[in-house]
Design a protein around this ligand. Structure first.
Ligand code: GTQ
Length: 352
């Protein structure tokens, strides 16, 4: 009895103490240590899949409600169900679906945030990056590195939809973001289309070009037909048990990721192939470009299974085991903050 009273008394004294130090903007570590330094990642992020058929309907409705110019960027943000209101698909990454209608322009601007585009639907749009345009074709992986001028336009007769991936939450976390609008709606082309790819993306480099290791690549488009050709060629060999046939996109001048904050991969899984489970510390956004199948996830948030098909987008949170089964020959695109984790010595992967 006495001991209980004493411990009640001790707890009251502690609570009182916490209140008093709270007035001085202090708080005891021992009450939160386990949550601050967990034995393994406990992401608040939830696995989720967005079906393209639904995404498309919703984004087309936005096309009737607001112009690209009025919106500056007509984008529906894919918000993780556990991070509503935070404009984030994982703790570190943003993803959204951008629509540009025939004849529209999304005006030129630049910002500290790095962006990638994965073209999903429609033909006839272009993105311009620092004075060079590239025609957007389905499956093309296009980047706009930090502080590069970029505008988008649609010269064709179809709505064009792509997935945006940005490091917005990382830059917000660091309070390091700047942005500005250009006086020009659309950049005047300074170089012909294909110039950057020819100079920096054909196993050659300009004579006097010496990139620093952290510089983003000048190759701002990775055309899907090249990716498909590579995947098809390596698919004649033996697949990796955990990853099938998977390649990462790089800055060809340095071997580093195309941009310092976001890494991206393309993966081919032959019909009937099932990967062994893998988990890694980089929460990942996956997009099915070809084929389809089943994704099985298991982790701190439980077990999730879903079927996916072309243009479906799903998020695999940190330290969730992913297993994929392809019903048909499939191609998946994925992106994550892996380069950041690697640079900081944090990245881990476990192949089961
Ligand atoms: O296309 O420049 O989804 O600035 C979010 C912010 C796209 C863009 C987004 C942006 C852009």
């Amino acid at each position: 009895m006495d001991a209980v009273n004493r411990s009640d008394d001790a707890l009251r004294q502690r609570a009182d103490y916490y209140t008093r130090i709270g007035n001085h903007h202090m708080t005891p570590l021992w009450e939160v240590l386990g949550a601050l330094v967990p034995p393994q990642p406990r992401p608040p992020v939830l696995p989720h899949l967005w079906r393209y058929a639904e995404l498309r309907d919703q984004v087309m409705e936005a096309g009737r409600l607001i112009t690209a110019e009025e919106a500056e960027r007509r984008v529906l943000i894919l918000e993780n169900p556990a991070l509503r209101g935070q404009s984030s698909i994982t703790q570190s990454l943003y993803a959204g679906l951008q629509l540009i209608m025939p004849g529209e322009v999304a005006p030129a601007h630049r910002h500290s945030q790095s962006a990638l585009r994965l073209v999903l639907d429609g033909e006839g749009a272009y993105t311009a990056v620092d004075g060079e345009r590239t025609t957007m074709r389905r499956g093309d992986f296009i980047i706009t590195p930090a502080w590069t001028w970029h505008d988008h336009g649609n010269l064709g007769d179809q709505p064009v939809v792509w997935l945006d991936g940005l490091d917005i939450p990382i830059v917000r976390f660091l309070d390091a973001g700047f942005a500005e609008r250009s006086e020009q709606q659309s950049q005047t082309p300074l170089r012909p289309e294909g110039d950057a790819l020819a100079r920096y993306g054909a196993n050659m480099l300009p004579l006097d070009y010496e990139p620093r290791p952290s510089d983003p690549t000048r190759v701002f488009v990775y055309p899907f037909d090249r990716t498909q050709a590579s995947l098809r060629a390596i698919a004649k060999g033996t697949p990796d048990a955990h990853h099938g046939f998977k390649l990462r996109y790089v800055n060809p001048a340095t071997g580093a990721s195309p941009m310092p904050t976001i890494g991206a991969c393309a993966q081919h899984l032959p019909a009937g192939f099932e990967t062994r489970g893998v988990r890694s510390t980089d929460g990942t956004v996956q997009v099915c470009l070809e084929g389809g199948g089943e994704a099985r996830l298991s982790g701190p948030s439980g077990e999730h299974t879903w079927r996916f098909g072309p243009n479906d987008v799903f998020v695999v949170p940190s330290w969730h085991t992913l297993q994929l089964r392809a019903d048909r020959d499939s191609v998946l695109f994925s992106f994550s903050d892996r380069p950041v984790q690697l640079a900081l010595g944090l990245w881990r992967e476990e192949r089961l």
